[in-house]
Design a protein around this ligand. Structure first.
Ligand SMILES: Cc1cc2nc3c(=O)[nH]c(=O)nc-3n(C[C@H](O)[C@H](O)[C@H](O)COP(=O)(O)OP(=O)(O)OC[C@H]3O[C@@H](n4cnc5c(N)ncnc54)[C@H](O)[C@@H]3O)c2cc1C
Length: 414
């Protein structure tokens, strides 16, 4: 394989470039803003390998009206976008049927089980091993009822080989003393880890790949022309240039659906916008990522400060961000972390590329084998990037896949 173009310089595109370069492929990454802000920069930094439960759990739809009623609550749908969201929501509802739920959980577990096999060598090769903090994560609860409600999910995780240790409130405070007395239960998941700063990771990885021969082209990809002579493809840029290649990988995050649809491949992909506030001097110390289960937010101790984030807002790719959400999350955290100082926090928002079944799209286009898709990782793009890159590289080079790729095929949206 001579030359492959990867569209997107987020963590998924860069991890794909890493694996292809290792195989001796000549790689060009095209991005309209390779060093700019994107989901891969501002996320919570979690290597959340224990997250094998899809967003559409049986019964979740009953909770939606309550979440939507709170204007700064965990879920929001912008009214102007609601009609366009209907097909996605219908598919989301279908994903919550018991048989689908089981199938999706198995498919997420198949990817997440491989994560460290692919991530640790990638970090080591780029001298980034220090960026990973393998300290587990702590999920905390105030109410016994909420803990009991989640018992089925924790049991399912155990059955997928995930280590789950239940704790009393005091045991949770022993490992994270900053937590308030209102916490009555905890669950420790030692396999979870977090990175010191997702932006630093992406910046250093990009620089290291450039030093190994990666070529980066700045440009807006407006089209892909497949089926050229000899199976080649070409990528069209906004300035009228066409870049030829043997294959193209679409790793353009939440924007990937626009490119796939232009090629005739149907896909349900939405921007699920998330928000956070990063506080450089928070006045409290956490050692690991803490997940506040009932309130649907997380706090991660990063080298740039304590990042408090969450929220799922469906408003399309063009709606302006509502940073009141970032501020509301920081205020919420004050209740659970007494002494937290939120002054000086930086607000941020980013587009999670969300499919309705919580599974990414990984695989070749059924219409155009020269085009390979690698997007739709939702809440788990940082976690699954190295594994996705490995799988995409194997697809491009015609190697047998390490996992059954059927659950991730784009054809599931036909
Ligand atoms: C608040 C929040 C918290 C999160 N926390 C976590 C977490 O703890 N753990 C985890 O695993 N994941 C987390 N995620 C999800 C994760 O950040 C994303 O799934 C992941 O970053 C997606 O990476 P990507 O490379 O696919 O997309 P992106 O990072 O969005 O990169 C896509 C790139 O494609 C480029 N692009 C798009 N279209 C074009 C075009 N037409 N032409 C040229 N360039 C184009 C863009 O400029 C961009 O650089 C979180 C996300 C958010 C928003």
């Amino acid at each position: 394989m001579g030359h492959i173009i990867v569209i997107g310089a987020g963590i998924v595109g860069l991890a794909t470039a890493h694996h292809l370069l290792r195989e001796g492929v000549c790689v060009t990454v095209v991005d309209r803003d390779p060093e700019g802000d994107k989901a891969s920069f501002g996320n919570a930094g979690g290597i959340a390998v224990t997250e094998v439960i899809p967003a559409s759990v049986p019964g979740v739809l009953w909770k939606v009206p309550g979440w939507l009623a709170d204007p700064l609550g965990p879920l929001a749908i912008r009214p102007a976008h609601a009609p366009r969201l209907i097909p996605w929501l219908l598919r989301f509802s279908r994903a919550g049927r018991p048989s689908e739920f089981k199938r999706i959980t198995a498919a997420l577990a198949a990817l997440n089980t491989r994560v460290y096999d692919d991530l640790l060598p990638l970090l080591a090769e780029h001298d980034l091993r220090e960026e990973l903090q393998q300290l587990g994560a702590l999920t905390v609860y105030e109410q016994k009822t909420a803990f009991d409600e989640d018992a089925m999910q924790w049991g399912l995780k155990r059955s997928c080989g995930i280590e789950v240790r239940t704790l009393t409130g005091n045991e949770a405070r022993e490992i994270e003393p900053a937590l308030s007395q209102s916490i009555t239960r905890g669950v420790f998941t030692p396999q979870w880890s977090h990175v010191r700063d997702p932006k630093t990771l992406v910046d250093k990885l990009r620089q290291s790949l450039l030093a190994r021969g990666l070529c980066i082209q700045v440009g807006e990809v407006c089209g892909i022309r497949p089926g050229l002579e000899g199976g080649a493809v070409a990528v069209g840029l906004g300035d009228g240039r066409w870049l030829p290649a043997d294959k193209v990988v679409v790793a353009a995050g939440a924007w990937s659906g626009l490119l796939a649809r232009r090629l005739g491949d149907k896909v349900l992909l939405e921007s699920e916008r998330g928000y956070n506030t990063t506080i450089p001097d928070p006045g409290v110390v956490l050692s690991r990522e803490v997940i506040f289960a009932e309130r649907h937010f997380v706090a991660t101790p990063l080298s740039c400060g304590l990042r408090i984030g969450g929220a799922a807002e469906f408003g399309g790719l063009h709606a302006p961000a509502n940073f009141k959400r970032s501020q509301a999350l920081a205020r919420l955290a004050e209740r659970y972390l007494p002494g937290l100082r939120t002054e000086g926090g930086t607000c941020w928002a980013g587009h999670r590329p969300a499919t309705p079944d919580s599974l990414p799209v990984i695989g070749a286009s059924p219409r155009h084998p020269g085009v390979i898709y690698a997007f739709g990782h939702g809440h788990l793009g940082l976690t699954q990037a190295a594994t996705t890159g490995r799988l995409v590289s194997d697809i491009a080079l015609g190697k047998p896949p390490l996992v059954d790729l059927a659950p991730y095929a784009i054809s599931r949206f036909n």
